[in-house]
Write a protein that binds this ligand. Structure first.
Ligand code: M6R
Length: 591
């Protein structure tokens, strides 16, 4: 997962625009970054290790250029491994997103032709392959030939200083062309995400898999297989550039947690007819599989409980990366429901490819419109949470749960009841997200931020929420956090509880309330410091965070709010960059 931006125009210097755009893509990878610009027939390249937002860069000349922000997959975080990578003559520069699965074999072949490798990356083979293929054809042919032999999900943009051309190739990770026209001047962008150029234009054309785009005044698109030209229309998108900015907040993560005051209402604003239609499909399906990764996988796990409790219906949850093992259960009457914020997670897309091959129906619950998951789905519910930029998912998570709740209520023939419940929950979340509540959670963070381990327990649908809370805490604070089903602690993990070990109990006003309290009492007797996230106080709690007393099935939403705030404050107290935690990237477009 990396961020790519390319820029073409005839009047303005490209570098400042590339720099600004690259900063907007930083959430996609922030190990290192680089630029290549074209001035006359010369390429200028600059690379640095670190985050582009905090770097001092030397401006490169030229009106055309490409840039890249890296999330390392092949090779350490070094300047040598940073993109762009160039060919032997220094005339071709490439920025790449993806993993070239057959790169070792291709590298051996190139080595036999005396190509010398300067980096440890898979990307470096691209400029050499293009250089090699240029011996037998045009630049366009060379790019197509190169892209076509790559295995895996790959997208790249190439700049050729000799022919003064920029070409983008897509087979996997997203690439979007943006065109800004003012009087007689045009500016053309190619980027991994619209956010990179949204302040300049909202007019876009989507590059699809196995297509190339020639980036020039009037961009041209070609099919890689047939080499035929493809006509595309400019689409005006309804996104607001400001929505993706931090505004007055110190961090995107905090902004996005606070946005849950509105995002839940936006999420449940779905078309009733579509909900009923998909609910009917769920009821008639021969097997329903919820798939997702990371936090989205925890949401899918919660779906098992939600459907069981609300609609008396068994649905399966499988982490997308494990889905292949279940493929023999897939029938054309099977429904696969993908949950993904970005809509670009490679493991999810691979799982959906299997579902497609088996002829199963695909439904998705997705935040990014026009993303690959959105496009491959037979029907997509957009959660409309707006851009989520912090690596740690927050507002998308609760919105996904809200849509799943609606679907479950629709399956039970009680859509109206579900809607009413969620409107109430949205109101409760709005009330929770006030400065006093935040301060109370922050005080807890101050008490426990120096601990090495934090355990979170929950029962029923608060079990997957305990797992999700652990993900949140780990990814932004780097404190070892682990979630458990309350009843499982005594089967082994209780051995980890020492004096003052924080154990957070996620409690709902449900039939397992007494059991989770008993589990908390059990660990307290081993010395644990018990934090209760619960609608009511209990004498076992050493610290109590009150949550609204909503219906049991909606407790997953309200209990997550303080856990997101806790993770945020733990990360801040640890002095971490909570928006861009180490080793992570917002959406994982590699397997
Ligand atoms: O974009 P997706 O929802 O498909 O992403 C899935 C996971 O990579 C994502 O949820 C990840 O676990 C987050 N960093 C969690 O906060």
């Amino acid at each position: 997962m990396c961020g790519i931006i390319g820029y073409w125009n005839l009047k303005k210097e490209a570098f400042p625009i590339l720099l600004e755009s690259l900063k907007k893509l930083e959430y996609r990878g922030y190990d290192s970054f680089g630029f290549a610009t074209l001035s006359n027939t010369q390429l200028f390249v600059e690379k640095q290790v670190g985050k582009v937002s905090s770097a001092k860069c030397q401006e490169l000349p030229g009106k055309v250029g490409i840039a890249h922000t890296r999330w390392a997959t092949h090779g350490k975080v070094t300047e040598k491994n940073t993109h762009p990578h160039t060919d032997c003559s220094g005339k071709i520069a490439v920025v790449h997103n993806g993993v070239i699965e057959n790169f070792q074999e291709l590298k051996i072949n190139l080595s036999k032709k005396n190509y010398e490798f300067l980096s440890e990356t898979d990307t470096e083979i691209l400029p050499y392959l293009i250089e090699e293929n240029l011996k037998q054809g045009t630049f366009r042919d060379a790019v197509i030939k190169t892209g076509s032999i790559l295995k895996g999900r790959n997208s790249f943009v190439v700049l050729n200083s000799e022919t003064k051309e920029m070409i983008a190739f897509r087979n996997g990770s997203p690439l979007i062309v943006g065109v800004a026209k003012e009087n007689t001047t045009s500016e053309v962008f190619i980027a991994s995400d619209i956010q990179a150029f949204l302040d300049k234009t909202k007019k876009v054309m989507y590059l699809d898999d196995n297509q190339i785009a020639i980036i020039k005044e009037n961009p041209e698109f070609y099919d890689v297989k047939t080499k035929k030209k493809i006509e595309k229309r400019l689409i005006e998108i309804a996104l607001d550039a400001e929505e993706a900015e931090k505004g007055d907040y110190a961090h995107y993560m905090l902004k996005e947690i606070m946005e849950q005051k509105e995002t839940l209402i936006r999420a449940i604003n779905q078309d009733d007819k579509d909900l009923m239609h998909v609910a009917q499909e769920i009821n008639n399906a021969k097997g329903v599989f919820f798939i997702g990764c990371g936090t989205a996988a925890r949401v899918c796990h919660t779906a098992e409980y939600i459907f069981s409790k609300v609609a008396d219906k068994h649905v399966n949850f499988i982490p997308a990366s494990e889905f292949e093992n279940y493929k023999h259960f897939l029938l054309p009457e099977t429904l696969v429901i993908a949950v993904s914020q970005s809509g670009e997670t490679a493991d999810v897309l691979d799982a959906l490819k299997i579902a497609k091959q088996k002829g199963s129906r695909i439904i998705s619950i997705v935040n990014a419109p026009e993303s690959s998951v959105d496009k491959i789905s037979d029907y997509a519910f957009l959660i409309n949470a707006g851009p989520e930029k912090a690596v740690a998912s927050t507002k998308a998570t609760t919105s996904q749960i809200a849509v799943i709740l609606l679907l479950a209520y629709a399956c039970a023939g009680k859509l109206r009841e579900g809607n009413r419940l969620l409107v109430d929950v949205a109101g409760e979340v709005n009330d929770m997200l006030n400065p006093r509540y935040d301060e109370h959670v922050k005080k807890l963070a101050e008490k426990i931020y120096q601990k090495e381990n934090i355990f979170i327990i929950g029962r029923g649908l608060n079990y997957p929420m305990a797992l999700e809370s652990a993900i949140k805490i780990m990814e932004v604070s780097y404190i070892h956090a682990q979630g458990f089903a309350g009843g499982e602690l005594k089967h082994g993990p209780i051995a980890l509880i020492e004096k003052a070990t924080p154990v957070i109990a996620l409690v709902a006003n449900d039939e397992v309330k007494n059991e989770i309290i008993s589990n908390a009492i059990g660990v307290k007797s081993r010395g644990a410091y018990i934090i209760g996230v619960a609608p009511e106080n209990n004498q076992v709690f050493d610290y109590w965070i009150k949550t609204p007393d909503v219906e049991e099935v909606a407790s997953s939403i309200v209990n997550l709010i303080p856990m997101q705030l806790l993770a945020y404050h733990l990360g801040i107290l640890k002095d971490h960059d909570v928006d861009y935690p180490r080793s992570l990237a917002k959406s994982v477009t590699v397997k």
